[in-house]
Design a protein around this ligand. Structure first.
Ligand code: C2E
Ligand code: CA
Ligand code: CA
Length: 530
């Protein structure tokens, strides 16, 4: 029962796994791929943002050098006119003017403010090449606006920090520009968090976040760096949804596989249960197939063959014997065959002490003395000699070596000859099997079939026969169907044969009649021979 449940659950699990595993793998790979693509794209965007900061900065520098070119006195009409031209011509320059000793002097937008005492604080940064920079300078023209101001030689230009970050980007990825010598945030897209961006810059963009990817790029000419960020790929965002969808498909597939397994298991189980019921009701029959001596065609014994009819159909013993073996029913089946055989053949065997019946046993029957004890007990008081009940064991059942060896010895010690059945179909060599001390070898029908044919396997039968002779084992050839085969076997020195050429398996009642006819023809043969 638990084995069955384990099998069914294993099938369900396997079904789930087989469905989900490839999907999850491909989602994982696609996700990794999308991530890689996202990162490359983001790095490319950071590079563009750096180019913008450089462009804005160089416009400021170019504007300042233009202002330098007018040698006239500060705030002269010519000077102011030039400043106006500069403002107009340089897109990113908002204002351009003159200053001296911490005071704004004039600009086209401010006018002449020399008397107004507009202070300009000390710069936030002085570059090596002589530029002064104010990072967030409140414009005298506005109460809220703070500009970046760059100055040199008494001229200054104002730049809107927004110019650094207002790139055209359909994805609206946030940008921040940082002055790296001082670690000052110069500009940031609206909505982005300054601390977050500064932190990302400090970490070189390597921030572990479930929602965002970061990239950092640095100008090769100015002390400026750019941080950009973008939301992580949507594949990753949909991960739980995808997982849930495929999980449910996997569960359905698993359930289907589990159901199929359940059907199979229960069918097999009910077959075994039906067999068990038949055995317990003794609804199993035994038929007997004659074994003849090739020298004179006299029937010397029979093989007991089990028969089971289910709903009017004969089930092959090859099938139900295996089911019995797999479901712990084989002891009961072997016992029933023995019991019926003794009951049906007792008179015949007692009356003809040279006549015998051979009974097929399974590996399990040879693993303990259980069956031997039962056999010994069932012969008590019947007048049947142990040598009249013979044991047929298949090559396969010899595999459980050590236990089997002693049980076979025990059968022989009790007087029961032991036959090796289906010889040549297993893996063991004859010399190996000889270590088990057996009496008779049955050549499998498949080899007898090849007699008289010119096939590769037709050389096996003569080989087996020669070896058996060498080891002084008697031979029974199985499945003899033609007189040609019988003659060939006789000539090769095979002593016994069994097959449809002589008779099929028959019920005990028919056997008595058949034996009478066989004896009559045999006597007639020996009369004509003398
Ligand atoms: P096996 O022991 O090799 O039995 C011989 C099989 O060959 C039988 O099949 C028999 O009917 C068949 N046979 C005999 N002569 C001829 C022939 O000339 N031509 C052809 N085509 N077939 C022939 P069956 O009765 O179907 O038995 C099949 C197998 O089932 C047996 O092979 C044996 O291994 C097993 N078996 C049968 N009865 C029992 C039993 O009581 N206990 C156990 N454990 N196994 C049994
Ligand atoms: Ca047999
Ligand atoms: Ca056989």
């Amino acid at each position: 029962m638990s084995k069955r449940i384990t099998l069914i659950s294993a099938s369900i699990a396997l079904g789930c796994l087989a469905t989900i595993a490839p999907v999850l793998t491909s989602i994982y790979v696609a996700n990794k791929d999308a991530e890689r693509r996202d990162r490359t794209e983001l790095r490319e965007f950071a590079r563009k943002a750096v180019m913008r900061t450089e462009l804005v900065t160089y416009q400021a520098f170019a504007a300042l050098s233009d202002l330098d070119r007018e040698p006239g006195a500060p705030c002269s009409p010519a000077n102011l006119e030039l400043a106006a031209r500069v403002i107009y011509n340089y897109r990113y320059v908002q204002d351009a003017g003159a200053y001296a000793e911490g005071q704004y002097l004039c600009s086209p937008l401010l006018g002449d403010v020399r008397t107004k005492d507009l202070t300009l604080p000390p710069p936030d940064y002085r570059s090596n090449d002589g530029y002064l920079e104010w990072f967030r300078q409140k414009s005298p023209l506005s109460d809220v606006r703070k500009d970046i101001q760059i100055g040199r030689n008494g001229h200054y230009v104002s730049i809107d920090p927004g110019s650094y970050v207002d790139l055209i980007d359909p994805a609206r990825r946030p940008v921040a520009v940082i002055q790296i010598a001082t670690g000052t945030l110069l500009a940031i897209s609206s909505g982005a968090d300054p601390d977050d961006m500064l932190n990302a810059w400090k970490r070189g963009g390597k921030v572990s976040s479930n929602q965002w990817n970061y990239a950092v790029a640095q100008s090769s000419t100015r002390p400026l760096a750019v941080v950009v960020m973008s939301p992580r790929s949507s594949v990753a965002g949909d991960w739980p949804k995808l997982l849930a969808a495929w999980l449910s498909i996997g569960v359905v597939a698993g359930a289907a596989l589990g159901w199929l397994t359940y059907k199979r298991v229960t069918r097999q189980l009910s077959f075994a249960a039906t067999l068990q019921w038949a055995i317990s009701r003794r609804n199993i029959d035994v038929m007997y197939q004659p074994i003849v001596r090739l020298a004179d065609n006299e029937c010397v014994g029979v093989e007991a063959l089990v028969r089971w009819e289910l709903n009017g159909h004969a089930i092959s013993p090859d099938v139900f014997v295996r089911v019995a073996e797999e479901n712990h029913l084989i002891h009961a089946l072997t016992d029933l065959v023995l019991e019926k055989t003794i009951a049906q053949l007792a008179r015949l065997l007692a009356a003809a002490p040279a006549f015998y019946v051979s009974i097929n046993v399974s590996g399990d029957d040879l693993s303990s003395v259980r069956f031997l004890n039962r056999l010994t007990a069932s012969l008590k008081g019947t007048g049947i000699a142990p040598r009249q009940i013979r044991i047929e064991a298949t090559e396969r059942s010899f595999m459980n070596t050590d236990a089997t060896r002693s049980i076979i010895a025990a059968f022989r010690a009790a007087g029961h000859p032991v036959y090796i059945d289906d010889f040549g179909t297993g893996y063991s060599s004859l010399s190996y099997l000889q270590t088990f001390e057996i009496d008779v070898l049955k050549i499998d029908k498949s080899f007898v079939d090849t007699i008289g044919q010119d096939t590769a396997s037709s050389i096996v039968a003569p080989h087996i026969i020669a070896m058996a002779h060498e080891l002084r084992l008697e031979i029974v050839a199985e499945g003899v169907e033609t007189g040609l085969q019988a003659t060939w076997l006789r000539e090769k020195g095979v002593q016994y044969a069994q097959g449809w050429y002589y008779a099929k398996a028959m019920p005990a009642g028919e056997l008595a009649v058949w034996l009478g006819k066989n004896r009559a023809s045999h006597q007639a043969d020996s009369l004509t021979a003398s």
